[in-house]
Design a protein around this ligand. Structure first.
Ligand code: FAD
Length: 596
């Protein structure tokens, strides 16, 4: 399939906080090529015909149905999407992979089962497998003959995965690894053929192994009784001196954390992408219901308090979608740049943009949770009934804030990585913070007010970056290398970072759309304006919370005065903006910015 990202200036991960980006350098859904659009439509049809009609049986774990449907996706070539062509895969570009995550998430249990095999269950083999391991496993995973899964978590070690207790010791004859311990919460564990399992060699060196289903000493526990994504399989795994061939070590002894964390970077981004699909789907369902349901003699869609929900759902989904496709474009550009070892480049790109991947995961899961919650409200009592789809969507959404690293862990990771890059000089955050301090000392400047259609939003974007530097600079100055212990401050800084990325992604897409004269450009401008207005209020509040915990007395007064100056923005009629966006949703019965 052709790979045609727009021309993008290569930038370091996290550089959006200090560098400026042009609209034409940002990939947007409007830039999808014909192949990627066709892929999207094919997936929509596949879901509609082959998966959605089976939801009631899937939710009840009908024996063999989910693996059969995942294998059906294999017949369409989808299971090998990320696998290089020489091992029987399709080696799709990152943007196509994003389209897949988005489209398949209309039924999250299917997306989770699909993602366990094609994503976290396969990526370790692609990036870290030996030639012999790749030849043995990847062609069979690509066709669906074998399904795979990823077993990192344990009953006592989830977020703190490196505290795993599962042990691996070399057998006395030196030919096998003997695994003993338990894994927990393993997606697709009930029906997989290949298990990527993490264990500590001699109880110390965290490592990764490939375990085949029929290994003696390896057994699979019963299905967990989950709140949501009930159609997916989640089981514990047990190992009692389970002997696997010595050559089934994946990567090196003591280097399992590299396998685990690189895999999670990829998983986090695709989770964010899947939330785009979920949010669009629930918005369409809520909009149709709001038009059909009448109260007080008219459709509830005509009530301002219902409209404002539909508008805000679309606005937040727009911001999420903008950042997801922008990130996909950035990663794809990095992978497609000069160099012959595409697998190595893909891994490096995922590591480089780990900050953006964590942002995608957190913003994606929280946006979807917001949307499903409002959809239940629009459905009223029927939203609380399992005969209507939004009840399941509400339950299905909740897991996204927990797996692939909880949102708390991802918030910590965002700031930890930014600080590491700032300290090493890889990201010029320190000089930027010093420049800001000089600027603030020299008093207000009246010279650089941008002009044009999005002048106010452009100003907000620049100021939001400065607000981050103001708060982060104060935090680093006070806590230095102890900042990680101040989790509430770190959380506030992470929230600002996420909003900065969302503001910029929303604005650049709206500007690009306006420049292209796209039919939805005006409405998109409304969505961007509304998002940015609210985001600026959040950014100011988070910075105020952080500063009040960092400094006091006269310093706090001075810092808060600077914050007030930076966060000043002209009033916007948010009610009118949300109404217009809601009308756009209702006119089309769906998310109004879809690239078809
Ligand atoms: C349906 C489902 C499917 C899953 N699929 C898989 C899978 O396929 N493979 C796999 O390996 N795992 C899987 N998991 C496990 C999942 O990744 C973990 O549940 C998750 O990482 C959280 O770990 P935990 O449940 O042990 O919670 P804990 O780590 O105990 O966390 C509990 C709470 O404490 C917070 N917390 C923990 N540490 C910190 C900290 N340092 N600072 C601040 N707050 C903190 C967390 O954010 C959370 O709110 C799955 C889980 C579920 C429920």
């Amino acid at each position: 399939m052709a790979t045609t990202p727009v021309s993008q200036e290569l930038k370091r991960g996290g550089a959006f906080l200090v560098a400026s980006t042009n609209p034409e350098d940002v990939f947007t859904p409007a830039d999808l090529n014909d192949d990627q659009r066709l892929l999207g439509r094919t997936l929509e049809e596949f879901l509609a015909k082959e998966v959605i009609p089976h939801i009631p049986e899937l939710e009840k774990h009908k024996e063999g149905l989910m693996p059969a449907l995942v294998r059906r996706a294999g017949e369409m070539g989808l299971l090998g999407a990320s696998i290089p062509e020489e091992y029987g895969g399709a080696a799709l570009d990152k943007i196509s992979m994003t389209v897949i995550s988005e489209k398949l998430s209309v039924y999250p249990s299917f997306m989770v089962a699909f993602g366990a095999s094609t994503g976290i269950g396969t990526i370790p083999l692609i990036y870290f497998g030996t030639e012999a391991q790749k030849k043995k496993y990847l062609p069979k995973i690509a066709t669906g003959e074998w399904l795979s899964c990823y077993a990192l978590s344990e009953p006592q070690a989830g977020s703190d995965a490196l505290a795993a207790r599962t042990r691996a010791v070399l057998s006395p004859d030196g030919k096998s690894w003997l695994l003993t311990g338990q894994k927990m919460w393993i997606t697709s564990g009930a029906f997989s053929d290949v298990y990527i399992v993490f264990a500590k060699v001699d109880g110390e060196k965290f490592s990764c192994f490939i375990v085949n289903r029929n290994t003696p000493g390896f057994s699979i526990g019963a299905e967990e009784n989950k709140m949501g994504i009930r159609g997916s399989s989640t089981v514990p795994l047990f190992f009692e001196n389970a002997a696997i061939p010595k050559e089934n070590l994946l990567h090196e002894v003591g280097r399992g954390h590299i396998v685990a964390f690189n895999t999670l970077n990829a998983g986090r981004f695709s989770l964010g992408a899947s939330c785009v699909g979920g949010a669009k789907n629930v918005l369409a369902i809520a909009a149709k219901y709001a038009k059909e349901r009448t109260a007080f003699g008219k459709p509830i869609a005509e009530f301002g308090l219902v409209k404002t929900k539909l508008g805000e759902m679309a606005i937040r989904t727009y911001a999420l979608e903008s950042m997801i496709y922008r990130t996909a474009g950035t990663i794809e550009t990095a992978v497609a740049s000069a160099g012959t070892d595409k697998v190595k480049q893909a891994m490096q790109a995922l590591e480089e943009y780990a900050i953006e991947s964590s942002i995608s995961k957190v913003v994606g899961s929280e946006t979807l949770d917001y949307c499903v919650d409002e959809a239940v409200q629009i459905f009223g009592g029927y939203g609380f009934h399992e005969d209507y789809p939004v009840a399941r969507m509400y339950r299905d959404s909740r897991i996204n804030r927990i797996f692939e690293g909880t949102n708390e862990i991802n918030r910590l990771v965002i700031i930890q990585m930014l600080m590491k890059r700032a300290m090493s000089g890889a990201l010029p955050l320190i000089p930027a913070a010093m420049k800001l301090a000089d600027e603030l000392l020299s008093g207000p400047s009246f010279e650089d007010a941008p002009i044009g259609g999005f002048a106010e939003e452009e100003r907000s974007l620049a100021q939001s970056k400065k607000i981050f530097l103001l708060a982060a600079g104060a935090a680093v100055q006070k806590f230095r290398d102890q900042l990680a212990n101040e989790q509430e401050i770190v959380g506030a800084l992470a929230n600002i970072v996420m909003d900065v990325y969302a503001i910029e992604s929303s604005l650049r897409r709206a500007q690009k759309s306006a420049a292209a004269g796209a039919p939805s450009a005006v409405l998109m401008g409304d969505a961007a304006r509304a998002f940015i207005y609210d985001a600026m209020d959040r950014v100011e509040k988070e910075a105020r919370t952080a500063l009040a915990a960092i400094v006091d007395g006269d310093t706090l007064t001075t810092q808060l005065a600077a914050l007030r100056r930076l966060s000043k923005h002209a009033p916007v009629d948010m009610i009118a903006l949300r109404r217009r966006v809601a009308d756009g949703v209702l006119a089309q019965d769906r998310y109004p910015f879809d690239a078809r």
